[in-house]
Every structure is written in C-alpha cells, then in structure tokens.
Design a protein around this ligand. Structure first.
Ligand code: FE2
Length: 261
C-alpha cells in the first residue's frame, strides 16, 4: 500500500500546489491513499468547509489538523459531517469530531490519528503517549498512520521509539521545515521529525516574511499573512507499507520547489 503524506498546507499557494502537482505525484509513485495536514489551509490558520472540500477535490483522502484546529469558528458547524477530517486526539476540551478515524480501502483498513505535542505548545492536552494507549484497546487496523503535530524534535523522536512496531508511521508536522531524518525504526515504524510545509516558498513558514520579521524583531502586533501567489514548495513523504503486518518497507521524502514563474 502506497501512502502519500503532505506536510502543513498553507494558504492559497498551498492549495494551488495541491491542484497543480498532487496528481503528478499520485501517478508517479502509484499512490493509493493521500493524507494532508490542513490546519493552515484557510489564510494560514484553520480550515473552512469550502477549503476542506477543495482539498478533497484536489485528490486528498484524509485531512489532519493541529493547534489551529479551531481557528475558524465555522469548523464547529461542519466537523460532525466531515468524515475525512481528523482533529487532534488528545484535546482535553471535549471538542467535537474524531481524533482517530479508520478508513476502508478495498478491504484494507487504514487508521489515521492526529496528536498534539505537549512541549512548547499552548493547548491543553492529554499526554500523547497515554492517548495512544487508549487507542490500542480498540480493534487494530491493517495500517496506522499518526500525524504528530508538535514543536520539539526530542518529543517527536521519543514517541517514535515508544510506538515503534505499534504503528506503521509516526510523522511529525507543525514546524513547516522538512527534516532530513526520515527512516524506518528497528521494529518497522516509519519516522520523520517533520514532513515540512506546502505553500509559499520565499517567506517564513509560508507567510510573508515582512510581517513575521516585524513581529519577531520589532515587537509589532501584526497578523501573519500568507501571500496569495508566488513560487511554491511541496513537502511530503511517500510510504510503502505492508498491509499484512502493518510495517513500513520504505519511506522517502519529496521536497519540490517550483521554477520561478
Ligand atoms: Fe501547527
């Protein structure tokens, strides 16, 4: 089973990158199932229903979220009917929706789980490890992909080793910068500290660099804005998973930058 996991899709350029390039990668690598982190899709924070549908129309099968799960109020109105959307599992606030969803693909069950980290994050969350233990009480799926939306690489690596052999892949998101450490852990779990960002390339984390610099260095209260157009990057990993034992045979990264237009 070939799965493509796309790192944080940011704003309009991110959405365009999916429309322009996702089909090419799906064909090139024979992808069966596409997961994308969509917490930054709507103007950099959150996900409105129209953009949820736009990602599905572009070929995404499942969308995960992160700390911006509730940045657009509208999500409260549609999340219950959005069966392709997975919000963080370990929220303590009882938010609606599901944090772990099982999909059926021609008889193969694929569980997708979204987890928030606890280090340097502001959200009130349950310990990610204990949240996972609860999940293991349920009937195992053939394949289990975990999007670990977290800041600290140490926390990500620790959870990767703790879950090694228990899930098919633990993939880091949130920092928007792809790390050069994807590998298969000793017991067959694929790991990368961060898949990276899909969106505007010539900025800071997909946002206009001027606004971020003004806040970081001059303390100005400015909104971070993702540009409407510009050269984009596409960050993802491809997983080749044995659906009979749930272990991953191969993981490799995609980090594609468009030519200047
Ligand atoms: Fe995030």
């Amino acid at each position: 089973m070939k799965i493509l996991f796309i790192g944080d899709v940011v704003g309009k350029v991110g959405r365009r990158m999916l429309k322009d390039y996702l089909g090419t990668y799906v064909e090139k690598y024979g992808i069966d199932f596409v997961i994308a982190n969509g917490e930054n899709v709507t103007h950099g924070k959150g996900l409105i229903q129209r953009h949820y549908q736009e990602l599905l129309d572009a070929g995404v099968d499942c969308i995960t979220l992160g700390n911006h799960y509730n940045s657009k109020n509208e999500i409260n109105r549609y999340i219950d009917s959005a069966d392709r959307l997975v919000r963080p599992l370990n929220l303590l606030n009882g938010f609606r929706g599901d944090g772990s969803v099982v999909y059926d693909l021609d008889g193969v069950s694929i569980r997708v789980t979204n987890l928030l980290g606890s280090a340097f994050m502001e959200e009130q969350v349950n310990n990610p490890y204990y949240a996972m233990l609860d999940l293991f009480e349920e009937e195992p799926a053939n394949i289990h992909i975990v999007d670990f939306h977290a800041e600290a690489t140490g926390e990500k690596q620790s959870l990767g080793y703790v879950l090694d052999g228990k899930v098919s892949a633990l993939l880091g998101t949130h920092t928007h910068v792809q790390t050069n450490d994807c590998r298969i852990l000793p017991n067959g779990t694929a790991y990368i500290s961060d898949v990276g960002m899909t969106g505007f390339n010539d900025g800071v984390l997909g946002f206009e660099k001027e606004s971020v610099i003004r806040k970081n260095f001059y303390g100005e209260m400015v909104k971070f804005t993702p540009p409407e157009e510009g050269v984009g990057i596409f960050s993802a990993v491809v997983l080749d998973i044995n659906e009979f034992d749930g272990k991953t045979r191969q993981i490799f990264p995609i980090l594609f930058k468009e030519e200047k237009k």
